[in-house]
Design a protein around this ligand. Sequence first.
Ligand code: TXA
Ligand code: MG
Length: 333
Amino acid sequence: MKTEILEFSDSSLIIAAKIIHNGGLVAFPTETVYGLGANAYDVEAVKSIYVAKGRPSDNPLIVHVYNNQMIEQIAYVDERAKKIIQAFMPGSLTIVLPKKECIPMEVTAHLETVAIRMPKSLQARRFIEACQTPIAAPSANTSSRPSPTNAVTVYEDMQGRIPLILKGEDSVVGIESTVLDCAHNKAVILRPGVVTATDIQSKTGVDVCYLPDNADLSKVNSPGLRYKHYAPQCPMLLNIDGDISKVKEKIQQLNLIGKKVVVITENKHLVDFSIENVIDLGKDIETISNRLFSCLRIAEKQADVIIAIFTDTSEKAKGVNNRILKSCGGNLI
Ligand code: TXA
Ligand code: MG
């Protein structure tokens, strides 16, 4: 299959909507990461998402909508959920609610709940609106790879597997949405993102907690958490205590056995390394989040081993910490 990249425009939207209606897949921009969309009501189209990504079939998809009416069409919305939707949608938050019959089990991987997101990105909402149907969409990367934040990266992974990539703006947030489970008694953040528990609590009064670090993932209602994620093509190590002498020692050891190391670090440690093998993630958490996945994809092209340094333990940094820890497969130095 030939994969076309079309600039986001009124005319490319018409072509995209046609492909979606004929059961095809379209990659599209959102403010978090690029998505790989299919008509959520079309079982065969939804199944082809799993094939294109090489995604395990028990990992459910997020359904993207462009207005509140579409949410009511696909899920049961109680008072608590209403408050959260009112405060955070459109935005970079996904809410998990009891699903209605119309959403096929292939979308939710046989769960009785559905994850719903109304993107903040106007381009994303225009795409969904043009399709006039809820859009099931995971991130547009091949399974286990860092998520794409621009159209060129989508092409790297999806070339030959999908008919169309809508080339819109680069993703500003850079990591995927916060996933909030609102289908059970306690509201729980299953995947941290730019919207924090404190944000939700202070804006809505709803009591929200994070999934504890030691949660038994076989019992958690989000199969996606169990899989390998965001991994670069070479081994990666992570330092979280900012002990630069330890990092330098590791680099020396690796160099001695002929391995080229690329360091990706928050800006404050940049001065400690020679300029040609270090990549700056940025100063503030918004910049770091925006650059993380694209820096991983740049680093893997140059390195035998990547060493990341990220020391921010604040609540706002939870999303980046979660992704970077998974990228390195838990290999800390
Ligand atoms: O920002 C985002 O959320 C991006 C853009 C494209 O919208 N999408 C995204 O989708 O990250 P994906 O498929 O890469 O991640 C979806 C996550 C997975 O961890 C999955 O397990 C979880 O959402 N999820 C989906 N449906 C669920 C459900 N019914 N209950 C619990 N977790 C669910
Ligand atoms: Mg993903």
